[in-house]
Design a protein around this ligand. Structure first.
Ligand code: H79
Length: 435
């Protein structure tokens, strides 16, 4: 009997403690401010760069081809990206109108693209290049006024202390069990370096948690790790690409290869939270440099994807895989420039906005800033466009690009815009002034 009571009270305690623990994260004022600033930025560029660039078949080559970890590591001895120029990268990215760069400091291959004390398997100690590319990038970002976010993999196909999950099982390491305490300490040591030596970091972007999807009880000890990040830089946002709704301690919800609410890639069935949203997407079909992949999305597709994200209240993090010689692919640089031309004209209808009161539709959607509602028409085979704005009063409607008036009619259900012609632009933006 006593045993039973004891067990019951223990159960009760657990039930009480669980939600308490889940609610323990209270973002600071600085963090909340950083979230709003992040939302305002709307557009970032993702850079996937590591030793895998040399093999030119994407960042998953090591596990996909079961490459031996000791053989793979020899790539480092030949890594000399002679054309790397952080100033050139940052300038090309800035020209696109992107407001931040997310850089892979250490991807699943396990190679650190920064100067770290905690492993010699890094770009300074293991390559003839010997330069801390992250430091050069961070300094340039500061100089040219663009944010820097850091991708950090939770999994590692090289380290012997990393616990095996679904991937990286064929790289020849001796022990599937790894040594979690050792690996966890290593990660936190590196995170401390990243948040100490490179100036203000906008976000830490984790990836790899899905690798333990067959072992749902695996304890990644995230809350302590997240707390460390928030302690070191309170305004640094924590994001984790775990393909689930956010966990306590996270400040951003990530989507991979799909806009929130869509799931064409099969990674995004999760509910949408109230946190700032970010969708990452590839500019061709691969994250890391892939020599045979010239299948770049057109500038029109890229702009429409960015607008599609904005009307869904999400940021777009568009990826580029730099080449092994240190340059950004020429096609990517061209796309950046063309997106930038568009953003110079239309940026006002994107930056600093939130998803508008008319939600996403097959024809497009809206963004909103104060009493301005921007109607983004991406695909409409009609001159009339109905907007369900029954509870709003539209004072004025005009083409954003030249200010020319747009006629409109009101009925009980809302407003119908009467355009001069069927829209053919990448994005025909109509600015509505609401009362
Ligand atoms: O860094 C880029 C990719 O290398 C990494 N995330 C982006 C940003 C990534 N690659 N693939 N994925 C993420 C998708 C993961 C797919 C999964 Fe699975 C399908 C995870 C769980 C099911 C692959 C198959 C891993 C486990 C099973």
């Amino acid at each position: 009997m006593q045993m039973k009571t004891k067990a019951l009270s223990l159960l009760l305690l657990c039930c009480l403690a669980l939600p308490l623990k889940a609610q323990s994260y209270q973002p600071t004022e600085e963090n909340l401010k950083a979230r709003q600033e992040f939302r305002d930025k709307k557009f970032g560029i993702f850079l996937h760069w590591g030793l895998y660039a040399m093999l030119a078949t994407g960042e998953w080559t090591m596990t996909n081809n079961d490459l031996n970890y000791k053989e793979y590591a020899k790539l480092a001895g030949g890594f000399y990206p002679s054309k790397f120029d952080a100033a050139k990268w940052v300038a090309a990215i800035k020209a696109s109108g992107a407001k931040y760069i997310t850089f892979t400091t250490r991807h699943h291959e396990g190679f650190s693209m920064f100067d770290t004390k905690y492993s010699d398997y890094n770009i300074v100690d293991a390559t003839p290049f010997k330069r801390d590319v992250l430091k050069e990038l961070a300094d340039e970002c500061q100089k040219q006024g663009i944010g820097l976010h850091l991708y950090y993999s939770h999994i590692d196909w090289y380290r012997e202390d990393a616990v095996w999950g679904r991937t990286g099982r064929g790289t020849g390491r001796p022990n599937p069990e790894g040594d979690w305490d050792s690996y966890y300490t290593f990660m936190n040591n590196q995170l401390t370096e990243l948040l100490t030596n490179y100036g203000p970091i906008g976000a830490i972007w984790f990836d790899g948690l899905w690798d333990q999807d067959q072992n749902p009880d695996f304890d990644w000890e995230l809350e302590e790790q997240y707390a460390l990040i928030h302690k070191l830089q309170p305004s640094c946002l924590v994001a984790n690409n775990h393909h689930s709704t956010p966990f306590p301690g996270e400040d951003v919800q990530i989507f991979e290869r799909d806009l929130p609410g869509e799931n064409t890639a099969g990674l995004s069935g999760q509910d949408i939270s109230s946190l700032p949203l970010e969708t990452c997407q590839t500019m061709n079909g691969m994250w890391g440099y892939k020599i045979t992949d010239q299948n770049y999305k057109s500038t029109k597709e890229l702009i429409q994807y960015l607008v599609g994200a904005a009307v869904k209240d999400a940021n777009l993090l568009m990826n580029i895989g730099p080449q092994p010689d240190g340059e950004l692919p020429e096609v990517a640089v061209q796309r950046l420039a063309e997106m930038g031309e568009w953003m110079k004209v239309y940026g006002e209808t994107i930056y600093g906005t939130r998803g508008g009161c008319v939600g996403p539709h097959p024809w497009g959607g809206t963004t909103q800033k104060g009493n301005k509602l921007y109607v983004h028409i991406l695909d409409l085979q009609d001159k009339a466009l109905f907007l369900p704005l029954a509870d709003k009063k539209v004072k004025k409607a005009s083409y954003f690009v030249d200010g020319k008036p747009v006629k409109f009619q009101k009925n009980q259900a809302g407003y119908t815009l009467l355009l001069n012609e069927v829209p053919t632009d990448i994005d025909t933006v109509i600015e509505l002034e609401l009362n």
